[in-house]
Design a protein around this ligand. Structure first.
Ligand code: FAD
Length: 322
């Protein structure tokens, strides 16, 4: 049994799903011990209850003005202070941009190990066994933590969150934070993407490559994504060509995604792209080249011109989606 701290993440005024998934992972590690949530930034107080509903026993919050926008400096200082005060035996973050930035900083300060990008875990007696992808998703390894601090980041969309239970109760308390010597001050946040669906947590992704041929071509993909309630992603080929924004890039040097459905349109299937999407549950590839490598990992392949196939799919899904 171990007391576990989890970091919740707020984006655009809402809790990201990975916060609930981290609670589910923490519950397994805690094995009956306390799961403490930490929520920092604007709206932390009003969102804290959600974490209790999804399984946290207690939530610590701070809406300090220096935490309004994420900075490595401020968040690291506060999390270190909370860890020192709470002395958890386990810590779980999402394997998100924030979690990937914070976890090595904090584990280095704590001189602890880190299991990053875990996709599942099991507890065998005193040992916690994490499974994580290696070699760009081609294989999985197991990491066993036998003693010391159990610190892990979990990949979004892999560990199912618990059922929401609005009858659960728990303490929500403000933490006193001491933030100093900030090297970064965020003046304003300018969002480039307008879609409401967060790519790394999307259940359905319609992704485009160089075969989409223009930024205008991506509108066709957006229509299909809208019909399915999904998000649009892209290959680096499409980003490099200026058709799509780098914030949408999926792959080794972009985002790693694991949606239920990934529709690759005009993407050849380079190893660096596959590294970011091969663990999607169902992969559909649309490519006019029957020899394209993307077909080797696709569950369903459509050989054809995406500008013919994608609008047909969008029409069809619009007619069945209520
Ligand atoms: P292409 O390889 O040019 O493929 C375009 C495809 O579109 C072709 O298969 C073609 O048959 C098809 N097509 C063309 N017209 C149509 C049509 N009308 N209808 C249907 N199909 C059509 N790439 C990533 O994606 N993500 C990464 O994170 C990433 N990181 C990298 C890191 C490094 C260090 C390096 C060296 C490379 C990285 N790359 C990454 C680049 C990668 O190697 C490929 O160059 C890139 O993925 C190719 O993008 P693409 O499939 O869109 O383009």
């Amino acid at each position: 049994m171990a007391k576990v701290l989890i970091l919740g993440e707020i984006r655009q005024g809402e809790l990201r799903n990975v916060s609930f998934e981290a609670i589910a992972a923490a519950k397994q590690i805690a094995d009956g011990d306390e799961v403490v949530g930490l929520l920092l930034g604007e709206k932390a107080v009003s969102l804290a209850k959600q974490m209790i509903y999804y399984g946290a026993d207690r939530v610590l919050v701070s809406e300090h003005s220096d935490l309004k926008s994420y900075t490595s400096d401020a968040y690291t200082q506060v999390i270190m202070q909370v860890i020192e005060a709470e002395k958890p035996e386990g810590v779980v973050f999402g394997h998100t941009s924030m979690g990937k930035d914070l976890s090595p900083r904090i584990t280095a300060k704590l001189k602890s190990g880190l299991v990053s990008d875990a996709v599942s875990l099991e507890v065998n007696g005193e040992e916690v066994v994490f499974t994580r992808p290696i070699y760009s998703g081609k294989a999985f390894e197991k990491k066993v933590i036998k003693d010391g601090l159990i610190f892990a980041t979990i990949r979004p969309n892999n560990i199912p969150s618990l059922e929401k239970d609005e009858s659960r109760t728990g303490d929500v308390a403000s933490v006193n934070v001491d933030i100093k010597d900030l090297r970064t001050i965020i003046k304003d946040v300018v969002r480039k993407t307008t879609s409401g669906v967060d790519l790394s947590e999307a259940k359905i992704i319609v992704s485009g490559g160089r075969g989409v041929k223009s930024a205008e071509g991506f509108k066709v993909l957006q229509e299909l994504a809208d019909a399915l309630g999904g998000a649009v992603g892209s290959s680096r080929g499409a980003c490099d060509a200026g058709y799509s924004d780098y914030s949408l890039q999926i792959g080794q040097t972009g985002k790693v995604v694991t949606p239920d459905l990934y529709i690759a349109c005009g993407i050849s299937g380079a190893i660096q792209h596959i590294a970011g999407m091969s663990n999607s549950k169902v992969i559909v590839a649309i490519n006019k080249d029957p020899e394209a490598n993307i077909f080797s990992i696709a569950d369903y392949g459509i050989v054809g011109d995406l500008f013919e196939v994608v609008p047909l799919l969008a029409e069809e899904f619009k007619s069945v989606t209520v």
